[in-house]
Structures are given as C-alpha cells and as structure tokens.
Design a protein around this ligand. Structure first.
Ligand SMILES: *[C@@H]1O[C@H](CO)[C@@H](O)[C@H](O)[C@H]1NC(C)=O
Length: 143
C-alpha cells in the first residue's frame, strides 16, 4: 500500500473513532447513569444535584414515582463526587449520591454503569438495579 493511502486510511479511522466518541459518549473511565426516584407515598420531592467541580443541574420537582436522571464520566483521578440537595417539606438534606464508595455498591453492569436512588419516608436507598423495593436496595441515609 502506498504511504499516502495508509495516511489517508489512518485519518479516516481517526475521524470514524471521533464520530463514535461524540455520538455514544465514550468516557476515559466508566460512564454512569444516575437516577433518583421519588418513592414517597405522597408529596413532592425536590432534588438538586451538583458536583464538586461546579456542575449544577438545578432543582427538579418530582411527584411520587417520577425520577430525575443524568449521566457523567467517572474521572481518571478518582475524585468524582456528586451531591444532591433533597427537599421534602419541611425536611432538607444534602447528601453524597456518588463517590468511589457508593460507586462500588452501584457497579455491576460493566460498560453502562447505573446507580439508582429511591427516596422514601424512612430514608434514602441505593441500588445498581432498579428492582421493585426492597429487592437489592440498601439504605444509606435517614431524613
Ligand atoms: C450540597 O453540598 C455540597 C458540598 O458542601 C455543596 O457544594 C452544594 O452546593 C450543596 N448543594 C446545594 C444545592 O446547596
């Protein structure tokens, strides 16, 4: 193969890879899907996720059974840290919803990591799956 052709094919490959990268959003480390569900019997739950590096997803009002979800890339430096402020009148808490420790409890899917939170009257539960409560849910915090 002529040198020019090789260079051309190489560039084509790089271009194709960059397309794949931007379309499916490959992360250098794991990519995570977070989901917080209002598991209260009644009453609105406000969730307001932020991360240590300044990402601010704003407040979101959830009715019972509604959820809010977002995606992020785990940082190579292992310093990823997501907080969420929870407001359920008159209660308010600001808890860590993702760090390396919680990531270990959510990690199970290899490739499309998922971390589910369920907020109920008796506390905050986390799971790598989204099975009907209580299967697989671990209580992390109280109100
Ligand atoms: C929750 O706590 C974190 C860490 O102190 C802080 O950075 C973040 O701004 C707080 N969230 C809200 C919505 O105030």
């Amino acid at each position: 193969m002529a040198h020019g052709t090789k260079t051309y094919l190489f560039c084509l490959l790089l271009f194709a890879l960059s397309l794949v990268h931007t379309t499916i959003g490959i992360c250098p480390q794991l990519s995570w899907d977070m989901r917080i569900t209002n598991g209260l019997q009644s009453g609105a739950l406000v969730v307001y996720p932020t991360d240590k590096d300044g990402a601010d997803l704003g407040p979101h009002n959830l009715n019972p059974n509604e959820y809010f979800s977002w995606e992020f890339c785990e940082q190579v430096t292992k310093s990823t840290h997501w907080y969420t402020l929870f407001y359920w009148q008159p209660h308010q808490q600001n808890y860590t919803v993702w760090d390396n420790e919680i990531g270990k409890e959510c990690f199970r899917h290899y490739g499309a990591e998922e971390c589910y939170w369920l907020v109920k009257e008796d506390g905050f539960f986390v799971s790598p799956d989204n099975d009907p409560f209580p299967k697989g849910w671990v209580k992390k915090y109280d109100w």
